[in-house]
Design a protein around this ligand. Structure first.
Ligand code: MG
Ligand code: ZN
Length: 358
Protein backbone atom coordinates (compact mmCIF):
# COMPACT_ATOMS: atom_id res chain seq x y z
CA UNK A 1 0.00 0.00 0.00
CA UNK A 2 1.50 3.36 -0.95
CA UNK A 3 1.62 6.25 1.48
CA UNK A 4 -1.28 8.01 -0.23
CA UNK A 5 -3.70 5.08 0.19
CA UNK A 6 -2.42 4.55 3.76
CA UNK A 7 -3.28 8.16 4.43
CA UNK A 8 -6.74 7.70 2.85
CA UNK A 9 -7.37 4.60 4.96
CA UNK A 10 -6.38 6.43 8.15
CA UNK A 11 -8.59 9.36 7.15
CA UNK A 12 -11.59 7.08 6.52
CA UNK A 13 -11.09 5.29 9.84
CA UNK A 14 -10.88 8.64 11.59
CA UNK A 15 -14.10 9.89 9.99
CA UNK A 16 -15.91 6.65 10.87
CA UNK A 17 -14.65 6.85 14.45
CA UNK A 18 -15.64 10.49 14.86
CA UNK A 19 -19.09 9.83 13.38
CA UNK A 20 -19.61 6.95 15.79
CA UNK A 21 -18.40 9.08 18.67
CA UNK A 22 -20.79 11.90 17.74
CA UNK A 23 -23.63 9.41 17.43
CA UNK A 24 -22.87 7.87 20.80
CA UNK A 25 -22.45 11.31 22.32
CA UNK A 26 -25.90 12.35 21.16
CA UNK A 27 -27.36 9.10 22.33
CA UNK A 28 -26.00 9.50 25.85
CA UNK A 29 -28.81 10.62 28.13
CA UNK A 30 -28.19 14.00 29.70
CA UNK A 31 -28.20 14.77 33.41
CA UNK A 32 -30.80 17.32 34.47
CA UNK A 33 -30.32 19.77 37.30
CA UNK A 34 -33.40 21.89 38.06
CA UNK A 35 -32.69 24.78 40.41
CA UNK A 36 -35.62 26.61 41.97
CA UNK A 37 -35.14 29.88 43.79
CA UNK A 38 -38.34 30.10 45.83
CA UNK A 39 -39.77 33.61 45.43
CA UNK A 40 -36.85 34.54 43.16
CA UNK A 41 -38.34 37.11 40.81
CA UNK A 42 -36.35 39.37 38.54
CA UNK A 43 -36.01 42.06 41.24
CA UNK A 44 -34.62 39.50 43.71
CA UNK A 45 -32.07 38.41 41.10
CA UNK A 46 -31.24 42.04 40.27
CA UNK A 47 -30.81 42.96 43.93
CA UNK A 48 -28.55 39.96 44.52
CA UNK A 49 -26.57 40.81 41.40
CA UNK A 50 -26.04 44.50 42.25
CA UNK A 51 -25.10 43.56 45.81
CA UNK A 52 -22.57 41.12 44.36
CA UNK A 53 -20.46 43.68 42.45
CA UNK A 54 -23.01 43.75 39.63
CA UNK A 55 -22.44 40.11 38.74
CA UNK A 56 -24.31 36.79 38.89
CA UNK A 57 -23.62 33.24 37.78
CA UNK A 58 -26.83 33.48 35.74
CA UNK A 59 -24.93 35.54 33.16
CA UNK A 60 -23.20 32.30 32.11
CA UNK A 61 -26.43 30.67 30.89
CA UNK A 62 -27.33 30.22 27.22
CA UNK A 63 -31.07 30.93 27.05
CA UNK A 64 -33.61 32.91 29.06
CA UNK A 65 -37.38 32.41 29.06
CA UNK A 66 -40.34 33.62 31.10
CA UNK A 67 -42.73 31.42 33.04
CA UNK A 68 -46.37 32.24 33.88
CA UNK A 69 -46.85 31.19 37.47
CA UNK A 70 -50.62 31.40 38.12
CA UNK A 71 -52.38 28.48 39.85
CA UNK A 72 -55.37 26.53 38.46
CA UNK A 73 -57.97 29.21 39.17
CA UNK A 74 -56.02 31.69 41.25
CA UNK A 75 -53.90 34.45 39.80
CA UNK A 76 -51.44 34.39 42.69
CA UNK A 77 -49.88 30.97 43.17
CA UNK A 78 -48.32 29.40 46.22
CA UNK A 79 -45.29 27.11 46.22
CA UNK A 80 -47.38 23.93 46.32
CA UNK A 81 -49.37 24.73 43.15
CA UNK A 82 -46.35 26.06 41.27
CA UNK A 83 -44.10 23.26 42.52
CA UNK A 84 -46.70 20.78 41.28
CA UNK A 85 -46.89 22.61 37.92
CA UNK A 86 -43.15 22.26 37.35
CA UNK A 87 -42.79 18.80 38.92
CA UNK A 88 -45.94 17.16 37.50
CA UNK A 89 -46.98 19.34 34.53
CA UNK A 90 -50.47 20.22 35.85
CA UNK A 91 -52.01 23.35 37.30
CA UNK A 92 -53.67 22.79 40.65
CA UNK A 93 -55.18 24.63 43.60
CA UNK A 94 -53.01 26.52 46.02
CA UNK A 95 -51.84 24.34 48.87
CA UNK A 96 -52.17 21.05 46.93
CA UNK A 97 -49.19 18.87 46.04
CA UNK A 98 -49.08 16.33 43.20
CA UNK A 99 -52.87 16.19 42.75
CA UNK A 100 -54.80 18.14 40.10
CA UNK A 101 -58.13 20.02 40.34
CA UNK A 102 -60.06 16.84 39.46
CA UNK A 103 -58.44 14.87 42.26
CA UNK A 104 -56.09 12.93 39.98
CA UNK A 105 -52.65 12.13 41.35
CA UNK A 106 -49.77 12.86 38.99
CA UNK A 107 -46.41 11.21 38.60
CA UNK A 108 -43.57 13.72 38.90
CA UNK A 109 -40.69 14.32 36.52
CA UNK A 110 -38.35 12.94 39.19
CA UNK A 111 -40.40 9.74 39.28
CA UNK A 112 -40.41 9.52 35.47
CA UNK A 113 -36.65 9.93 35.39
CA UNK A 114 -36.31 7.36 38.17
CA UNK A 115 -38.31 4.89 36.06
CA UNK A 116 -35.80 5.37 33.24
CA UNK A 117 -32.95 4.39 35.52
CA UNK A 118 -31.74 7.82 36.51
CA UNK A 119 -30.30 8.48 39.94
CA UNK A 120 -32.32 11.19 41.71
CA UNK A 121 -31.59 13.85 44.29
CA UNK A 122 -33.48 16.55 46.21
CA UNK A 123 -31.64 19.30 48.04
CA UNK A 124 -33.29 22.23 49.85
CA UNK A 125 -32.51 24.95 52.36
CA UNK A 126 -35.96 24.48 53.91
CA UNK A 127 -37.36 21.29 55.38
CA UNK A 128 -37.30 18.44 52.86
CA UNK A 129 -41.07 18.08 53.53
CA UNK A 130 -41.73 21.69 52.52
CA UNK A 131 -43.93 22.35 49.48
CA UNK A 132 -41.26 22.77 46.79
CA UNK A 133 -39.23 19.57 47.34
CA UNK A 134 -42.43 17.69 48.30
CA UNK A 135 -43.88 18.41 44.84
CA UNK A 136 -41.34 15.99 43.39
CA UNK A 137 -42.34 12.96 45.50
CA UNK A 138 -45.56 13.57 47.51
CA UNK A 139 -49.31 13.56 46.68
CA UNK A 140 -51.26 15.38 49.40
CA UNK A 141 -54.28 17.67 49.54
CA UNK A 142 -52.56 20.07 51.91
CA UNK A 143 -48.94 21.11 52.04
CA UNK A 144 -49.35 21.31 55.83
CA UNK A 145 -49.59 17.51 56.10
CA UNK A 146 -45.88 17.46 56.93
CA UNK A 147 -45.93 14.07 58.68
CA UNK A 148 -47.79 12.49 55.74
CA UNK A 149 -45.32 14.07 53.34
CA UNK A 150 -42.37 12.71 55.33
CA UNK A 151 -44.02 9.27 55.34
CA UNK A 152 -44.36 9.44 51.55
CA UNK A 153 -40.68 10.33 51.23
CA UNK A 154 -39.79 7.39 53.46
CA UNK A 155 -41.67 5.10 51.05
CA UNK A 156 -40.08 6.74 48.00
CA UNK A 157 -36.87 5.76 46.27
CA UNK A 158 -35.16 9.16 45.99
CA UNK A 159 -31.47 8.26 46.12
CA UNK A 160 -30.20 11.35 47.84
CA UNK A 161 -31.97 14.03 49.83
CA UNK A 162 -30.72 16.89 51.98
CA UNK A 163 -32.84 19.37 53.93
CA UNK A 164 -34.35 20.15 57.31
CA UNK A 165 -37.44 18.60 58.90
CA UNK A 166 -35.92 15.68 60.84
CA UNK A 167 -38.71 15.98 63.45
CA UNK A 168 -41.31 14.98 60.82
CA UNK A 169 -39.47 11.64 60.62
CA UNK A 170 -38.93 11.12 64.35
CA UNK A 171 -41.32 13.18 66.48
CA UNK A 172 -44.51 11.88 64.94
CA UNK A 173 -48.08 11.51 66.13
CA UNK A 174 -48.09 7.89 64.96
CA UNK A 175 -44.88 7.29 67.00
CA UNK A 176 -43.17 5.76 63.99
CA UNK A 177 -39.44 6.24 63.47
CA UNK A 178 -39.15 6.76 59.73
CA UNK A 179 -35.37 6.92 59.79
CA UNK A 180 -35.26 3.40 61.26
CA UNK A 181 -37.84 2.28 58.72
CA UNK A 182 -35.82 3.59 55.78
CA UNK A 183 -33.44 0.64 55.77
CA UNK A 184 -32.22 1.25 52.21
CA UNK A 185 -30.91 4.69 53.14
CA UNK A 186 -27.89 5.57 55.19
CA UNK A 187 -28.44 8.71 57.26
CA UNK A 188 -25.58 11.11 57.87
CA UNK A 189 -25.45 13.84 60.51
CA UNK A 190 -23.00 16.38 59.15
CA UNK A 191 -21.09 17.42 56.04
CA UNK A 192 -18.01 15.35 56.93
CA UNK A 193 -20.09 12.17 57.27
CA UNK A 194 -21.91 13.08 54.07
CA UNK A 195 -18.63 13.51 52.18
CA UNK A 196 -17.22 10.23 53.53
CA UNK A 197 -20.30 8.11 52.98
CA UNK A 198 -20.11 5.75 50.03
CA UNK A 199 -23.68 4.52 50.57
CA UNK A 200 -25.86 4.09 47.50
CA UNK A 201 -28.80 5.96 49.07
CA UNK A 202 -28.24 8.78 51.53
CA UNK A 203 -30.47 10.98 53.66
CA UNK A 204 -29.07 14.05 55.37
CA UNK A 205 -31.62 15.83 57.57
CA UNK A 206 -29.84 19.01 58.51
CA UNK A 207 -32.22 20.43 61.15
CA UNK A 208 -35.11 19.24 63.31
CA UNK A 209 -37.45 21.86 61.96
CA UNK A 210 -36.88 24.57 59.38
CA UNK A 211 -33.19 25.49 58.90
CA UNK A 212 -32.33 29.05 60.02
CA UNK A 213 -31.57 31.83 57.55
CA UNK A 214 -28.09 31.86 56.06
CA UNK A 215 -27.20 35.09 57.85
CA UNK A 216 -28.05 33.43 61.20
CA UNK A 217 -25.58 30.65 60.53
CA UNK A 218 -27.35 27.94 58.51
CA UNK A 219 -24.85 25.18 57.79
CA UNK A 220 -23.58 23.42 55.83
CA UNK A 221 -23.47 25.84 52.92
CA UNK A 222 -25.71 24.84 50.00
CA UNK A 223 -22.78 25.03 47.57
CA UNK A 224 -20.88 22.47 49.67
CA UNK A 225 -23.88 20.15 49.87
CA UNK A 226 -24.30 20.44 46.12
CA UNK A 227 -20.61 19.89 45.34
CA UNK A 228 -20.59 16.69 47.40
CA UNK A 229 -23.89 15.57 45.88
CA UNK A 230 -22.58 16.10 42.35
CA UNK A 231 -19.53 13.96 43.14
CA UNK A 232 -21.77 11.20 44.44
CA UNK A 233 -24.04 11.39 41.40
CA UNK A 234 -21.07 11.33 39.05
CA UNK A 235 -19.67 8.26 40.81
CA UNK A 236 -22.88 6.33 40.07
CA UNK A 237 -22.12 6.36 36.34
CA UNK A 238 -25.83 6.54 35.49
CA UNK A 239 -27.39 9.85 34.43
CA UNK A 240 -29.09 11.78 37.18
CA UNK A 241 -31.95 14.17 37.90
CA UNK A 242 -31.47 16.62 40.73
CA UNK A 243 -33.65 19.41 42.12
CA UNK A 244 -31.92 22.06 44.18
CA UNK A 245 -33.98 24.68 45.99
CA UNK A 246 -32.86 28.02 47.38
CA UNK A 247 -35.87 27.94 49.68
CA UNK A 248 -35.54 31.04 51.79
CA UNK A 249 -35.31 33.81 49.18
CA UNK A 250 -39.11 33.58 49.52
CA UNK A 251 -38.99 34.04 53.28
CA UNK A 252 -36.97 37.22 52.87
CA UNK A 253 -39.72 38.44 50.55
CA UNK A 254 -42.46 37.60 53.07
CA UNK A 255 -40.49 39.48 55.73
CA UNK A 256 -40.07 42.45 53.35
CA UNK A 257 -36.39 42.21 54.24
CA UNK A 258 -34.00 43.14 51.42
CA UNK A 259 -30.89 41.91 53.27
CA UNK A 260 -32.54 38.52 53.93
CA UNK A 261 -33.32 38.20 50.20
CA UNK A 262 -29.80 39.19 49.19
CA UNK A 263 -28.02 36.87 51.65
CA UNK A 264 -30.15 33.91 50.50
CA UNK A 265 -29.65 34.80 46.85
CA UNK A 266 -25.89 35.02 47.34
CA UNK A 267 -25.70 31.45 48.60
CA UNK A 268 -27.96 30.30 45.75
CA UNK A 269 -25.80 32.22 43.28
CA UNK A 270 -22.63 30.47 44.51
CA UNK A 271 -24.46 27.17 44.14
CA UNK A 272 -25.57 28.02 40.61
CA UNK A 273 -21.93 28.74 39.75
CA UNK A 274 -20.89 25.33 41.14
CA UNK A 275 -23.55 23.61 39.07
CA UNK A 276 -22.70 25.54 35.93
CA UNK A 277 -18.99 24.73 36.38
CA UNK A 278 -19.93 21.06 36.73
CA UNK A 279 -22.04 21.17 33.56
CA UNK A 280 -19.24 22.86 31.62
CA UNK A 281 -16.55 20.47 32.86
CA UNK A 282 -18.55 17.25 32.44
CA UNK A 283 -20.79 18.13 29.49
CA UNK A 284 -24.13 16.51 28.69
CA UNK A 285 -25.88 18.22 31.63
CA UNK A 286 -28.99 20.37 31.23
CA UNK A 287 -29.19 23.04 33.91
CA UNK A 288 -32.42 25.00 34.45
CA UNK A 289 -32.69 27.81 36.98
CA UNK A 290 -36.08 29.33 37.71
CA UNK A 291 -38.49 30.38 40.45
CA UNK A 292 -41.93 29.20 41.49
CA UNK A 293 -43.19 32.79 41.82
CA UNK A 294 -42.10 36.24 42.94
CA UNK A 295 -42.54 37.21 46.60
CA UNK A 296 -43.15 40.63 48.10
CA UNK A 297 -43.91 42.64 44.99
CA UNK A 298 -40.28 43.62 45.40
CA UNK A 299 -38.76 46.56 43.55
CA UNK A 300 -35.36 48.20 43.65
CA UNK A 301 -35.97 51.87 44.38
CA UNK A 302 -32.50 53.08 45.24
CA UNK A 303 -28.94 52.15 46.10
CA UNK A 304 -25.38 52.54 44.91
CA UNK A 305 -23.71 50.67 42.07
CA UNK A 306 -20.25 51.63 43.36
CA UNK A 307 -20.92 50.44 46.89
CA UNK A 308 -22.94 47.40 45.79
CA UNK A 309 -25.88 48.59 47.86
CA UNK A 310 -29.54 48.07 47.08
CA UNK A 311 -32.58 49.73 48.62
CA UNK A 312 -35.79 47.76 48.20
CA UNK A 313 -39.48 48.51 48.38
CA UNK A 314 -42.31 46.00 48.77
CA UNK A 315 -45.93 45.95 47.65
CA UNK A 316 -47.03 42.82 49.49
CA UNK A 317 -46.30 40.48 52.37
CA UNK A 318 -47.26 37.62 50.06
CA UNK A 319 -46.54 36.42 46.53
CA UNK A 320 -47.13 38.31 43.30
CA UNK A 321 -48.25 37.09 39.87
CA UNK A 322 -45.42 38.61 37.82
CA UNK A 323 -43.76 36.18 35.41
CA UNK A 324 -40.45 34.68 36.56
CA UNK A 325 -37.34 34.10 34.45
CA UNK A 326 -36.05 30.68 33.38
CA UNK A 327 -32.33 30.32 32.62
CA UNK A 328 -31.00 27.26 30.81
CA UNK A 329 -27.67 25.76 29.83
CA UNK A 330 -26.67 22.55 28.07
CA UNK A 331 -28.47 19.97 25.89
CA UNK A 332 -31.99 21.13 24.92
CA UNK A 333 -31.47 24.48 26.67
CA UNK A 334 -32.94 26.20 23.58
CA UNK A 335 -36.34 24.68 24.47
CA UNK A 336 -36.53 27.04 27.44
CA UNK A 337 -36.45 30.29 25.43
CA UNK A 338 -39.78 32.11 25.02
CA UNK A 339 -42.85 32.70 27.18
CA UNK A 340 -44.86 29.75 28.50
CA UNK A 341 -46.86 28.37 31.44
CA UNK A 342 -44.87 26.92 34.36
CA UNK A 343 -46.32 23.50 33.44
CA UNK A 344 -44.26 23.71 30.21
CA UNK A 345 -41.10 23.36 32.30
CA UNK A 346 -42.27 19.81 33.05
CA UNK A 347 -43.08 19.26 29.35
CA UNK A 348 -39.63 20.44 28.25
CA UNK A 349 -37.90 18.21 30.79
CA UNK A 350 -40.03 15.31 29.56
CA UNK A 351 -39.02 16.00 25.94
CA UNK A 352 -35.41 15.83 27.10
CA UNK A 353 -36.06 12.48 28.79
CA UNK A 354 -37.89 11.02 25.78
CA UNK A 355 -35.37 12.39 23.31
CA UNK A 356 -32.71 10.73 25.36
CA UNK A 357 -34.32 7.30 25.46
CA UNK A 358 -35.86 6.89 22.00
MG1 MG B 1 -40.08 26.38 48.66
ZN1 ZN C 1 -43.88 32.14 49.96
Amino acid sequence: MDSKSKFMRTLLFSIAFLTLQTFLGQDKTPNIILMIGDGMGLSQISAGMYANDNSTALEGFEYVGLSKTHALNQLITDSAASGTAMACGVKTLNGVIGIDGRNNKHISILELYKEKGYATGLLATSSIAHATPASFYAKVHSRRQYEDIALQLSEHNVDLFVGGGKDFFLEREDKRNLIDEMTQHTFVNNLEEFKKSSADKIGFLTYGEEPPPKRLGRAPALEDIVETSLQKMKAKETPFFMMIEGSQIDWGGHDNDTDYIISEFQEFNLTIQKVLDYAKANGNTLVIVTADHETGGFAITGGSLKRSRVKGSFNSKGHSATMVPVFSYGPNSDLFAGIYENTAIFDKMLITLKGATE
